[in-house]
Design a protein around this ligand. Structure first.
Ligand code: ATP
Length: 781
């Protein structure tokens, strides 16, 4: 038997031993879990029997409450235990399937022996010997595997740095407790396993990458210092993957003080949430909270406006008549720039001296406090106070005015009338309240005068309650008008400082006012609107969230970053993006400089990922050639066919070409037909439907990443990948404008193994620029 066979044999026999122990533990866990489950059923069934219920007097009622509380706690404790056992069971089942993926042999300085450590998705302790048979990939020692090749190595343990030498790095592919592959490697993480993993077909669900995390990615995952961690990474360089493994790492490292509810991920669209849903559970962790920025703004603004989303804005830009889309582009571009923030901040300054717009306070359709009085009161307050603090004082003043008004109202005839018309239930309700009060005030119960007086007070208070509520929620502030006013003032002094012409500003003003007057808020206005509102009314912060992740961050404006930062004052931020995929060209994207400015004085770390793992070498070479910074992206050496560029005479011929391709392609593959817009997707879908192939149309409302063949607009395909990508129309007529370069690049970089681009007439200039040897061309003869 050769050395390899011998090692292989030994390793398999270790796995057999470890799995045997795991199976015994699993059956113990199963027994414990079923006992706890029966206890829970029993407790639920007998809940009321085990509680002493006696409401005879206050003391007895108090004891009853305590008894119920104790019983509920007893139940909760059992349920909690059951949940934990369930989680342990699931982890153990995963470990039995794949006990580990790597082994490292390490000799610590000062020690005689080389020790072997096996790494898996969770730790496993031998209960008899108290020895770790598997180490969690997030344990301190595991970082040796990700960070070092053979030779001198060190890792940070809780007690300090541990130095030594790494003698072996062995990787395994294990399925159903059987070794399917084993590689010894001297490199950081051997290419063999990575090649194996990357060569597999894509899936509708993203997978965890713990067995093959690369050194640069590991820096992201284990980063603990920065208040802000910025990751600029090429398409397919593993930004999303690193972010998700980082969540798992944080949940492990801070398991005593951090839970998944305190981590929030902003993702590009709802479908993406579905795409990444399985990664953390696969690693034995619960998913973090997930949202999209759109969901957030809609949550806040939807009761006032029809809120446009980024995709509708994009679709409009791509499909509207050129003069219309140009006007819109100027507006969107400007509003997401720092220049507009200068205007908003100047406007805030202006408002601190004059110009806030208030609503009258009404009671029963009668004005009880005039907006002019509120205005005067507000501006009579010391101007050194912030607007927010002055508003607080205004609301206190208004509430005291309302109180005075309540006193006057009590004597009015409507009150007596209202008392007479109180329903039986209402009367009883007040009666009970009154009796309670009388108990304390020692009044005689049948004191009719007093009763009448108190009832009047209650009736008036109740009637005034919406007024008080509206004051507390600042409805006396006409915020919509305040925002609109910004587009009506003479801001000419500002234009000296910022780069916008008077005529462009006028265009922007006309467009914005017309939209807001029609109760529509354009996407580019939503964040400035909220920003201004929060600056005036005070930020509604979420102090619970400790980590915020922003994926596809190149699509966020400085306004949005600032808004998110203010919203989560206690959070650390991990922001991941790719400058080459900034598809919202109007967004005036300037890299992450704007973001860094928001964190001046705080610890910022920046990591750049240049190596791309998603696509074959041929696809990466082809797609990177479209970019200005061509040489910065390093392909992983995985071979495939060159991208194909196919010319057709007509759009209908393209459809026939696609149909033929689909018919001969492997049905297990994920295939995306990517069009520039939703409008085109709909047309192509209608035509392809006739082919009897099973095809799914993806729209911005899709929550699910469908299996098989999908038709999807380029801007929705961000972040996702497919075995094969077919670009429906790569003609100059579709992708001729340089502003669409990044959109085209994003669409092409979704391909893992195959990329096919159809066109009619003349091909897009982005392709013409690519050296011919990087693709295969099928032209009409
Ligand atoms: N270390 C790794 N080991 C194995 N696979 C990896 C590794 N890093 C990335 N991948 C794979 O590469 C593909 C791209 O990863 P991911 O989607 O995280 O990249 P991204 O940088 O977010 O891409 P994009 O910006 O283009 O959306 C995925 O299939 C992922 O599983």
């Amino acid at each position: 038997m050769g050395q390899f066979e011998e090692d292989f044999h030994k390793e398999q026999s270790r796995i057999n031993d470890v799995v045997k122990k795991m199976k015994i533990d699993l059956s113990l866990l199963e027994n414990q879990s079923s006992t706890v489950k029966s206890d829970i059923i029993e407790i639920r069934k007998n809940f009321w029997e085990d509680v002493t219920v006696n409401m005879d007097d206050a003391v007895e009622a108090g004891e009853t409450a305590t008894s119920i509380k104790q019983q509920a706690e007893f139940l909760a404790e059992h349920e909690h235990r059951h949940k934990h056992l369930d989680r342990d069971k699931k982890n153990l089942k995963r470990l039995i399937h794949t006990p580990y993926f790597a082994r490292i042999d390490f000799k610590e300085d000062g020690e005689q022996e080389v020790e072997s450590f096996y790494l898996g998705i969770a730790s496993y302790l031998d209960r008899e010997t108290d020895e770790f048979l598997v180490y969690d990939w997030r344990a301190p020692i595991s970082s040796l595997y990700y960070d070092y090749s053979l030779g001198l190595a060190k890792f940070s343990a809780p007690a300090g740095e541990v130095c030594g030498e790494l003698f072996l790095k062995r990787q395994f592919i294990i399925k159903d407790s059987v070794i399917e592959g084993m590689f010894d490697t001297g490199l950081t993480i051997g290419d063999e396993l990575l090649k194996e993993v990357l060569g597999r077909q894509s899936n509708t669900q993203m997978k965890s990458i713990v067995a093959t995390i690369q050194k640069e990615q590991n820096k992201i995952i284990r980063n603990e210092k920065g208040k802000l961690l910025i990751v600029q990474g090429a398409a397919g360089s593993g930004k999303t993957s690193a972010a998700l493994q980082r969540v798992a790492f944080l949940l492990y490292k801070y398991r005593e003080s951090l839970n998944s509810e305190e981590i929030l991920l902003f993702s590009p669209n709802p479908m993406f949430n579905g795409y990444i849903r399985n990664v953390l559970p696969e690693l034995g962790e619960e998913n973090m909270q997930q949202t999209t920025f759109q969901q957030y703004i809609e949550h806040v603004l939807a009761d006032k406006f029809a809120v446009e989303d980024a995709f509708s804005q994009m679709e409009y830009m791509l499909t509207a008549r050129e003069d219309h889309s140009e006007r819109r582009r100027i507006s969107a571009n400007f509003k997401s720039s720092s220049n507009f923030k200068v205007i908003v901040d100047k406007y805030l300054h202006y408002l601190s001296k004059q110009g806030l717009i208030f609503n009258d306070i009404l009671f029963a359709s009668e004005i009880i406090i005039r907006s002019t009085d509120i205005y005067n009161y507000f501006y009579s307050l010391p101007s050194e106070l912030s607007i927010t603090n002055r508003l607080l004082l205004v609301s206190e003043w208004l509430l005291s005015e309302v109180k005075k008004r309540e006193k006057d109202e009590i004597k009015k005839p409507w009150v007596e009338e209202e008392i007479q018309y109180l329903s039986k239930e209402e009367y009883q309700f007040y009666f009970q309240k009154l009796s309670k009060q009388k108990r304390f005030s020692q009044d005689t119960f049948d004191d009719y005068e007093r009763e009448q007086q108190l009832l009047s007070k209650y009736v008036v208070k109740r009637k005034m309650s919406p007024v008080r509520k509206s004051i507390k929620t600042y409805q006396f502030l006409n915020f919509k008008e305040i925002y609109m006013q910004m587009f009506t003032l003479d801001m000419s002094t500002l234009f000296k400082e910022i780069s916008i012409s008077e005529s462009d500003w006028q265009e922007i003003c006309t467009f914005t006012l017309s939209e807001l007057n029609s109760h529509r808020i354009p996407y580019e206005d939503a964040t400035p609107y909220l920003y201004l509102q929060e600056k005036i009314e005070g930020f509604r912060t979420n102090t619970r969230v400790k980590y915020v992740f922003i994926d596809e961050a190149q699509d966020y404006s400085k306004f949005q970053f600032e808004y998110i930062k203010n919203l989560f004052p206690n959070a650390r931020f991990t922001v991941l993006g790719d400058i080459n995929q900034a598809i919202y060209t109007h967004q005036a994207y300037t890299g992450f400089e704007g973001l860094e400015e928001l964190f001046v004085g705080e610890h910022i770390e920046k990591i750049i990922l240049n190596r791309s793992y998603r696509s074959t070498k041929q696809i990466i070479e082809f797609t990177s050639a479209m970019l200005e910074n061509k040489n910065e992206i390093e392909p992983f050496n995985r071979q495939g066919n060159k991208p194909q560029i196919i010319q057709k005479r007509t759009a209908n011929e393209i459809i026939s070409g696609i149909t033929e391709k689909l018919k001969i392609s492997d049905s297990n593959k994920t295939i995306a037909i990517i069009c520039k817009t939703q409008k085109e997707c709909n047309i192509v879908y209608e035509k392809l439907k006739e082919s009897e192939l099973n095809i799914n149309l993806i729209t911005k409302r899709s929550n699910q990443f469908e299996e098989g063949i999908v038709i999807i607009p380029a801007y929705l395909a961000k972040g996702i990948e497919f075995d094969m990508v077919i670009i429906c129309n790569g003609s100059i007529s579709e992708y001729g404008n340089d502003e669409l370069r990044k959109l085209f690049y994003t669409a092409c970089t979704r391909a893992m193994h195959e990329l096919i681009i159809y066109f009619t007439g003349e091909v897009s200039p982005f392709i013409k620029e690519i050296p011919k040897e990087l693709y295969e061309e099928v032209l009409l003869s």
